[in-house]
Design a protein around this ligand. Structure first.
Ligand SMILES: Cc1ncc(COP(=O)(O)O)c(C=O)c1O
Length: 362
């Protein structure tokens, strides 16, 4: 069968390639920078720069790898319940917050429905909406990158099902207030507040869940717990939503290693939250250094990253120049961010190097 024919069998909206722009591997980075892989400073994906904690890594030995994991996630949900204070009926785990976004699309979005996000924001909302054959409407944030609640309300119609809002927002780092959340919840659409960076911000709207059946909160273990590679995230939502998602999810969506790491993270959480504290100090260090650099500013951030503006440089030029020094940051194609780079907070040593290189180049 020729390629033309096989494409005719595909869902028409998926035939044109639109691959998600993921970052390159450490080896590719090293080759691009022309330096040894261990010299690379990877501050482009908001990962945990301390690496996996030894106690979490130790939990991955001697696992019953020949068995399927628990489809009902009993231990996981009990553990998350103890951590979050929400009852198990409001909790569901998955392969990262990413899987939760995909599951929400499957539950709520039919082809032709509309999905809203507020740009600039995290790309997976658009990505998953496209796969669902939804129309994606991106409502621009205001000049301070705040959500324009009135503009979102103007887009509300019977075809609009979900609004995705990251808080802290990636890449801007600002949060959605409780008042804004309440205004949005009144509209009646599903309001997804993506709190992937919750452990850094300490800010949540999850306490509104008993009041609003249309509120969904997403969380992740990728950033604060340092296990992005294992893919662990979860959702807090009304039992009605959680139960319907249990019906449609892949039964074994949290694998044995991910489950063990999640439970070990909960057990050692004080130590991991201590590392979050170190990262917040490093963010402050970066802010202070940027305050004293000419033509450099940043959006006040509640996350483990800073969207930093370089008035004297095009972001793409500076991005390339940083690579030659082994420092990888994140540029954006958004026309509002042509002078901006998102810089994740690294270890104290990495921060020293990033600041050294930036004071030379910026
Ligand atoms: C706002 C936001 N949501 C979700 C994710 C993905 O999280 P996970 O690794 O749990 O899938 C990210 C990752 O960068 C993010 O920035």
């Amino acid at each position: 069968m020729s390629q033309i024919q096989i494409q005719q069998l595909m869902r028409p909206h998926l035939v044109t390639p639109e691959t998600y722009a993921t970052a390159v591997s450490p080896d590719e980075m090293a080759a691009k920078a022309g330096v040894a892989p261990e010299m690379i400073i990877r501050v482009n994906q908001n990962e945990n720069p301390f690496g996996a904690d030894p106690d979490i890594a130790a939990s991955l030995t001697d696992l019953p790898l020949h068995l399927y994991p628990d489809p009902n996630q009993v231990k996981i949900r009990e553990s998350l319940s103890e951590y979050t204070g929400h009852p198990v009926e409001q909790l569901l785990a998955g392969a990262g917050a990413d899987e939760m976004i995909d599951l929400l699309m499957r539950l709520f979005v039919a082809p032709g429905d509309r999905v809203l996000d507020c740009k600039p924001t995290f790309g997976m909302y658009h990505f998953c909406a496209r796969v669902s054959d939804a129309e994606v409407v991106s409502v621009p944030r205001d000049d301070a990158f705040e959500v324009d609640v009135e503009a979102v309300a103007r887009e509300d119609d019977e075809r609009t099902k979900i609004v995705f809002l990251a808080s802290p927002n990636n890449p801007t780092g600002n949060i959605l207030s409780e008042d804004q959340t309440r205004e949005l919840l009144k509209l009646g659409m599903v309001i997804v507040v993506d709190e992937t960076y919750f452990e850094f911000s300490g800010q949540t709207v999850s306490h509104l869940i008993p009041e609003y059946e249309n509120l969904v909160v997403l969380r992740s273990f990728s950033k604060w717990a340092g296990i992005a590679g294992l893919r662990v995230g979860y959702m807090i939502a009304s039992p009605e939503i959680v139960n319907r998602l249990v019906d449609i999810k892949n039964p074994y969506n949290v694998n044995i290693a991910a489950e063990a790491a999640l439970l070990a993270t909960m057990q050692h959480r004080d130590k991991l939250l201590g590392k979050v504290g170190v990262l917040l100090e490093q963010r402050k260090r970066m802010e202070k250094a940027f305050d004293s650099m000419d033509g450099v500013s940043y959006v006040p951030s509640y996350g483990n990253f800073l969207l930093t503006r370089f008035d004297h440089h095009l972001a793409t030029d500076l991005y390339e120049a940083l690579i030659t020094k082994g420092v990888f940051v994140r540029p954006f194609s958004d026309p509002r961010l042509t002078h901006d780079l998102r810089i994740s907070v690294g270890t104290p040593d990495e921060t020293t190097r990033v600041l050294e290189v930036l004071s030379e180049l910026a």
